[in-house]
Design a protein around this ligand. Structure first.
Ligand code: KIV
Ligand code: ZN
Length: 511
């Protein structure tokens, strides 16, 4: 077998992934994810689209300044103002890339850009040239490439190469490609685009037909040297190709692909968890590689086989993706050192203040719960990493419910201006009653669009994790909280979403 080649892993969780409805992240949360991605071993982090918002600009800048050992990429349309803004956000960052894109398909040219082929061609060439004025690392994407006429796609790619693009990314923007046709497309481009051998061919596949990973792997088989992907497959609509699935397919079927990546696969599960906690987007139970059921065996025959020899029904080892059996680590008598050491072993980085707060939370939990597992510690730490401004905070609450009684809640809340307000309301149940009371106090008008509750570990004293989405003025905003009391977790998760909305309003006012 010839020597294996490396596939560059380009992670776009912080850019395309953040375009998932409800997955709004602030700069600090993006930084935590970027740190985790660097630890995971991705080669490139697309940290944002600076021209679209001050938040994206700041995120690219902060991630670039704080996260080392990885290329930091910023996205820009093929327009001067976008490219200059991306370059400004990346200024001073040693290992930086500008990613320039323009729609090339007939549909995009006609309806979105209202431009002719020659205008699009010129914009692509000018955009790449302008980006090259700032950095020698320029990636170009003809958006909706898979619905672009073959000869025009080739023409645009040749223009981009001539203008100095070093990576050519072929996006299947609407998830339209089939693995066989995508493989043929990459093969054709490798054969027909002049100068393509001087560049890295990349692919960016969306999952509208559930084929994003299959298409990405087909492209790798055809010689693509880079894949764009996201943790948990987050992204626009049905999402992007899932990083963990691509990486584990390459690792598990090395006999077929003969490719390697730099990914430390044992960091896949912790990174997936972190991204889920910070974005508020839950991972489906049966998701490949990182879903809760990915290594669960239900049928007797399977269980019997796995007990005798795991490879009978497992093609990957749970520990290879970082899914280690939860250890009973700490209890009431465990000290600060033991707690901090375990937090570090789990791969989290917290500053002094956050560590202190997390330790106090751990102590409070240990008073209520006898055994504390890794999952409990992860939940405590992840709460520290989520940064929700406290416009409203619950001081205390009381609920009554039961058969033959009207569920009622009384809530006392502190508001950012220092005032304390209390109110009460009835509802269909204690959670509904507390939400109605919070609405009365905060004046929030919106809908609860989604609500999930799960136990973090086994046992009747387990912590409950509530993840929810509220819809406000057409936007979805998430909230998440954990507590040994599920009414407390429900109230805090709801308030987290309201606080995010309030913070966004404040930011909009100050602009
Ligand atoms: O889906 C897409 O085409 C994109 C481009 C910006 C690469 O996200
Ligand atoms: Zn995309």
């Amino acid at each position: 077998m010839p020597k294996e080649e490396k596939v560059i892993i380009f992670d776009t969780t912080l850019r395309d992934g953040e375009q998932t409805p409800g997955a709004n992240l602030n700069t600090r949360e993006k930084l935590e994810i970027a740190r985790a991605l660097a630890l995971l071993g991705v080669d490139v982090i697309e940290a944002g689209f600076p021209f679209t918002s001050p938040g994206d600009f700041e995120a690219v800048r902060t991630v670039g300044q704080e996260v080392k050992g990885v290329t930091i990429c910023a996205l820009a349309r093929s327009l001067s103002q976008d490219i200059d803004c991306a370059a400004e956000a990346l200024e001073g960052i040693e290992d930086a890339r500008i990613h320039v894109f323009i729609g090339t398909s007939p549909i995009h040219r006609k309806h979105q850009l209202r431009k002719s082929k020659s205008q699009v061609l010129k914009m692509a060439r000018d955009g790449v040239k302008r980006a090259r004025g700032f950095t020698s690392n320029v990636q170009f994407s003809p958006m909706d490439a898979t619905r672009t006429e073959g000869p025009f796609l080739i023409e645009v790619l040749e223009a981009a190469i001539e203008a100095g693009a070093t990576t050519l990314n072929i996006p299947d923007t609407v998830g339209y490609a089939m693995p066989e046709s995508f493989r043929e497309l990459i093969t054709r481009l490798r054969e027909e685009v002049e100068g393509i051998e001087k560049t890295v061919i990349s692919v960016h596949c969306h999952n509208d037909l559930g084929l994003a990973v299959a298409n990405s792997l087909a492209a790798i088989k055809a010689g693509a040297g880079q894949v764009e992907c996201t943790i948990n497959g987050l992204g626009e609509r049905a999402g992007n190709a899932s990083l963990e699935e691509i990486v584990m397919a390459l690792a598990t079927r090395k006999d077929f692909f003969n490719k390697i990546t730099r990914i430390r696969t044992q960091r896949l599960y912790p990174t997936s968890r972190l991204v889920s906690a910070l974005t508020g987007i839950l991972v489906q139970r049966n998701k490949a590689v990182v879903g809760e059921n990915a290594f669960a065996h239900e049928s007797g025959i399977h269980q019997d086989g796995v007990l005798k020899e795991p490879t009978t029904f497992e093609i990957m080892k749970p520990e290879d993706v970082g899914l280690v059996k939860s250890k009973l680590v700490l209890g009431k008598l465990s000290g600060r050192h033991a707690f901090i050491a375990r937090v570090k072993e789990l791969g989290y980085e917290l500053d002094e203040e956050a560590l202190e707060h997390a330790f106090n939370q751990f102590k409070a939990l240990a008073d209520k719960k006898k055994d504390i597992y890794d999952e409990d510690i992860a939940a405590i730490v992840e709460e520290e990493l989520v940064e929700v401004p406290e416009v409203f905070a619950i001081e205390s609450f009381h609920t009554t419910s039961g058969t033959g009684t009207i569920p009622t809640a009384t809530v006392r809340m502190r508001i950012a201006d220092g005032s304390v307000v209390q109110d009460a309301a009835c509802g269909d149940g204690p959670v509904d009653a507390i939400y109605k009371t919070i609405d009365r106090i905060t004046g929030f008008k919106g809908d609860l669009a989604d609500y999930h509750i799960r136990a973090i570990t086994g046992g009747k004293d387990a912590m409950g994790e509530v993840t929810l989405e509220v819809r406000h003025q057409g936007k979805i905003v998430h909230g998440r909280a954990t507590s040994t009391d599920i009414i407390d977790a429900s109230a805090k998760a709801y308030l987290a979403a309201i606080n995010r909305i309030e913070a966004a309003k404040e930011r909009a006012k100050s602009r």
